[in-house]
Write a protein that binds this ligand. Structure first.
Ligand code: PHE
Ligand code: FE
Length: 289
């Protein structure tokens, strides 16, 4: 919990959990942390992130320096896709999160990590949330996917199938890769905002890299404590959007009867394999945290 952020502590969140950013209250040191993270990620992502990510950074002028001021960022984002970023004090309940997405609002943490957490932190901060998630929200098809995800989340809550839908988010929005003509590229926010996983996810021989398959992903376990042992790659955002346009009702129906979960290292006969991983990193005990 970012309890050391006084601008969060002094506010009573609204019913939708939002707070004011109060951009003037960020210290120079906080802006410097953003700038260090930004410079580091631009460097490490060279040749590793999808072109759409860079287009978004540029279209939204996220390179101006310092933590973005929402009153400057939001008009640009709104003009492109109708989305806006809102600030929240900490992770919000699932239904609140889905309602924001369904209404084209992306909830971002206000606080920024400290210098002792440059490589890894447990709760998303403003760098992960804005640098990681917002550039792709400038891309109409991805923005539409996120909105549909929010609407779908509200439905999944009613079907008691949230776990399945959460796995879809994990393996796409957070840890998704894209197979492009130029090679494997990153689009997931959890990777794009991480110095070490940016390299690991595309270059390391350890993890499996499989073609994305909706039902397969919804039945696959994931880990939150270290680098992923499997990544799923789409070939385009259009592919992802199309695959998720179908009515999930029948899928949820099936899932409520068939609750099997594939272990993270499994490769199935039906999988389309890009890279069969050695799992050397995980077998050696990992080391990220
Ligand atoms: N099509 C899904 C449904 O019927 C909603 C959804 C869209 C979920 C996109 C995730 C991503 O519930
Ligand atoms: Fe995230």
């Amino acid at each position: 919990m970012p309890l050391n952020d006084p601008v969060i502590a002094e506010q009573t969140p609204a019913v939708d959990f939002t707070i004011a950013q109060k951009w003037d209250r960020y210290s120079q040191d906080e802006h410097d942390i953003w700038n260090s993270l930004y410079a580091q990620q631009i460097d490490v992502l060279k040749g590793r992130a999808v072109p759409e990510f860079y287009h978004g950074l540029k279209a939204l002028d996220l390179n101006l320096g310092g933590i973005p001021d929402l009153s400057v960022l939001n008009p640009k984002l709104k003009a492109l896709t109708g989305w806006e970023v809102v600030m929240v004090p900490h992770l919000v309940p699932d239904d609140v999160f889905f309602t924001h997405l369904a209404n084209k609002r992306f909830p971002a943490g206000r606080f920024i990590r400290g210098r002792d957490q440059m490589d890894y932190l447990e709760e998303p901060d403003v760098f992960h949330d804005i640098f990681g998630h917002v550039p792709l929200l400038a891309r109409p098809v991805f923005a539409d996917y996120m909105q549909a995800y929010g609407q779908g989340g509200l439905r999944a809550l009613q079907h008691d199938c949230l776990k399945n839908l959460a796995r879809l988010y994990w393996y796409t929005v957070e840890f998704g890769l894209m197979k492009t003509d130029a090679g494997m590229r990153i689009y997931g926010a959890g990777i794009v905002s991480s110095r070490t996983e940016s390299v690991f996810s595309v270059d390391d021989p350890s993890p499996n890299r499989l073609h994305f398959d909706l039902e397969r992903v919804m039945h696959t376990d994931y880990r939150i404590d270290d680098f992923q042992q499997v990544y799923f790659a789409i070939e385009s955002f259009e592919e992802l959007f199309k695959a998720t346009q179908q009515d999930f009702g029948p899928l949820y129906e099936k899932m409520s009867r068939d609750k099997h979960i594939h272990p993270i290292t499994d490769i199935l006969e039906t999988d389309q394999i890009y890279t069969k991983g050695s799992q050397d990193y995980a077998n050696a005990g990992g080391r990220r945290a």
